[in-house]
Design a protein around this ligand. Structure first.
Ligand SMILES: Cc1ncc(COP(=O)(O)O)c(C=O)c1O
Length: 358
């Protein structure tokens, strides 16, 4: 009976899957395992004075003030979200309705398509090119043809780790009659951003998150930056009190302790490069060049490797055996110990003696 009541676009929706496992090296969601507990004491201390009986600062004024200084933007150009997921949802709710289109490259982060479908829209996907490089000419062609309401560009891209050059992003923004969202969830591991361009292009939104480099996935805090005009539209539909007061405090402590995090980010980038080299040295393993805190690898026997990892309490992301990610696993960069464990397990699964590559 319930099914008959459900909207048609929700009946056919494939939900975002999250695998829950305990006591495991969690390398499946691109979290920052190198900062777990590092700021907990400082966060706990800051929480002592919190009036948890009261609703939070609805528009995160203090947090935005901290970011505003760092980014050189006006507070009206910034919005905090319960994760950047909520901002994706707010953007789509503002611009995409029944029959409207969004344009993305594929493969990419799954929530754009899911959120568009919930809103009654459809997603046009432009395949990435060789070795998952961004296919600029096909993208522009499709953008002109489809006239999407919203374009999503993920830079660096999840799960492939590739990037889109700044000049190409600028051209796409200039050519587009719609909104262009540049999702910079992994910006800190890459270093290049287009956030400065929100002052020049009224149709550009840049999204960031504290879930990845900042190690704050559990608090669910993300932010968006855009022109004042565009932000004013998004503020119309932002739910009140959308970021919990406990999360706002955790985010402020993180931003106040940026220098600790910057060292950790540097270490993760070095580990990513070292790990890529080790993976390249293994037979039948193809790691793709990554600018994020993860590495996508194509393997001959991805399913067995994934299961072998799982049996040894290591969780990575496996993408199944169909579509462009067939035979691929994505490994988040963890602690040094976790990364070495991954290489050891992979060698065991491939039947290679340990002394060779580690
Ligand atoms: C590209 C990209 N954007 C956005 C998100 C959502 O991040 P959050 O909602 O935790 O801020 C993720 C999470 O994996 C992601 O990979």
């Amino acid at each position: 009976m319930i099914n008959n009541l459900v909207k048609e676009n929700i009946q056919s929706l494939q939900p975002y899957e999250v695998k829950e496992c305990e006591n495991i090296a969690k390398l499946d969601a691109n979290e920052n395992n190198n900062v777990a507990y590092l700021l907990n004491q400082k966060i706990a201390k800051s929480l002592m004075g919190l009036k948890v009986n009261q609703y939070p600062d609805s528009d995160c004024c203090q947090l935005r003030k901290m970011l505003q200084k760092e980014l050189g933007l006006a507070p009206q150009q910034l919005m905090m979200g319960c994760g950047s997921d909520q901002l994706i949802s707010i953007i789509i709710n503002a611009f995409v309705g029944e029959g409207d289109k969004i344009l993305t490259h594929t493969p990419t982060f799954g929530m754009y398509k899911i959120t568009a479908q919930i809103a009654g829209g459809t997603t046009v996907e432009v395949p990435l090119g060789k070795d998952f490089s961004f296919d600029y000419y096909s993208f522009i062609k499709e953008s002109k043809k489809q006239k999407p309401k919203v374009i999503f560009l993920t830079n660096p891209n999840n799960p492939t780790g590739g990037i889109i050059p700044r000049e190409q992003i600028i051209k796409i923004v200039e050519f587009s009659d719609g909104i262009v969202v540049v999702d910079e969830a992994y910006f800190e591991f890459y270093g290049e951003s287009v956030i400065d361009l929100v002052n020049y292009y009224p149709n550009l939104i840049v999204l960031r998150t504290l879930s990845k480099a900042y190690g704050l996935a559990g608090a669910r805090v993300g932010y968006g930056a855009a022109s004042k005009e565009l932000m004013a539209v998004l503020y119309k539909i932002k739910p009140p009190y959308n970021v919990a007061s406990l999360s706002q405090i955790a985010a402020m402590v993180c931003l106040e302790n940026k220098e600790i995090l910057e060292d950790v980010i540097q270490e993760i980038v070095l580990e990513r490069e070292a790990m890529t080299k080790q993976l390249e040295s293994l037979p039948k393993v193809k790691p793709y060049k990554s600018y994020g805190n993860f590495i996508l690898c194509r393997l001959e026997n991805a399913k067995e490797v994934y299961e072998h990892f799982l049996n040894n309490k290591v969780l990575v992301r496996y993408f199944g055996e169909t579509g462009p990610l067939a035979g691929c696993i994505r490994i988040s960069i963890g602690t040094k110990e976790e990364n070495q464990l991954v290489i050891k397990l992979l060698m065991k699964a491939l039947g290679i003696a340990e002394e060779i590559a580690v």
